[in-house]
Design a binder for this molecule. Structure first.
Ligand code: C2E
Ligand code: CA
Ligand code: CA
Ligand code: CA
Length: 283
């Protein structure tokens, strides 16, 4: 038994070591590829509509990054963002995303979609970058756009690293007029005590709770009590990952404010955005 345990331990270590090596190699490769990909315009955004549950009006669009890799095809953000998350390349890529969102917001206004917010995902590294507030305020002036055209999405994960600094940055950006959403709510270290101190406007219930909400009693209860709590705090609540009319009905009956999910629309490639909005959305 001793030997078995030792062997197992040894093997595990070996696997771990290989895996670690692979991950380092993969990260280094991805990081250099990201810089090239930026230069070669391999990134684009897809925009996923968020609709008001009650009247089905367009509330906002979440910007989701897409990478068209020449050999690997479409690379999902879940497959490369976590890997390069902490590198300067993610910050550079993040700035590219932000600028693109400003361009799109300008285009939306010019085409008459005045009150549609663009939700921008910010990674931890991006949010703690000291240049972020300056960058954002420069863009506001350059594009002549009100800051409340944008909703900055932060995850609980992003916020726990240095909570005092995060609150400070949020307050600075809030003073410029930006709005904030807490993404993937319920999956991280949701400290309700901190939530109270943050200038948050929107809470997004994670899709993992929504998927099984009508089959799983616990998921259902978590969603319904989150909706009640968020509304009692005077904030807006978004449910993401809504795929069926039954989920939509249940969420609407329970006064969820905003719905995002495949039931209404999958993320729309930016080149198709205006055609999509013109044919699917009554303003
Ligand atoms: P997220 O911020 O939680 O975004 C929602 C994800 O759920 C998106 O996946 C979206 O396509 C997917 N989704 C929405 N509705 C449904 C539905 O009804 N059913 C199912 N099965 N999925 C649905 P996506 O586009 O693959 O993005 C994955 C994650 O990558 C995002 O999760 C976000 O964490 C990250 N990400 C994407 N774009 C950016 C970005 O520009 N910056 C940063 N920092 N992260 C990003
Ligand atoms: Ca998000
Ligand atoms: Ca989410
Ligand atoms: Ca997520």
């Amino acid at each position: 038994a001793m030997y078995e345990a030792k062997d197992a331990g040894g093997a595990q270590y070996h696997v771990y070591h290989d895996d670690m090596y692979q991950r380092v190699a993969q990260r280094v490769m991805l990081e250099s590829e990201v810089r090239q990909a930026l230069a070669k315009n391999q990134f684009s955004l897809s925009l996923q509509p968020q609709l008001s549950a009650q009247d089905k009006k367009l509330y906002g669009l979440e910007a989701l990054l897409r990478w068209h890799h020449p050999e690997r095809g479409m690379v999902s953000p879940d497959d490369f963002i976590p890997i390069i998350e902490k590198s300067e390349h993610m910050i550079e890529l993040g700035y590219w995303v932000i600028r693109r969102c400003f361009e799109l917001s300008k285009e939306l206004r010019n085409k008459g979609y005045k009150d549609v917010r663009i939700a921008i995902n910010l990674s931890a590294g991006q949010f703690s970058d000291i240049n972020l507030p300056q960058y954002l305020s420069t863009l506001l002036a350059e594009f002549v756009l009100p800051a409340n055209s944008f909703e900055l999405e932060l995850t609980e994960q992003t916020l726990v690293t240095d909570i005092e600094k995060a609150i400070d940055t949020m307050n600075n950006l809030k003073a410029l007029g930006f709005t904030f959403a807490i993404d993937d709510f319920g999956t991280g270290y949701s400290s309700l005590a901190y939530l109270k101190r943050m200038p948050v406007d929107v809470i997004k219930i994670d899709k993992s709770f929504v998927f099984g909400m009508l089959e799983n009693h616990a998921d259902y209860q978590i969603i319904m009590s989150t909706i009640a709590m968020v509304k009692n705090l005077g904030l807006l609540v978004v449910a993401e990952g809504v795929e069926s009319s039954a989920q939509l009905r249940s969420l609407t009956e329970n006064e969820c404010d905003i719905i995002q999910g495949y039931y209404f629309a999958k993320p729309v490639p930016e080149v198709e955005l205006f055609a999509f909005l013109d044919s699917h959305i009554d303003e």
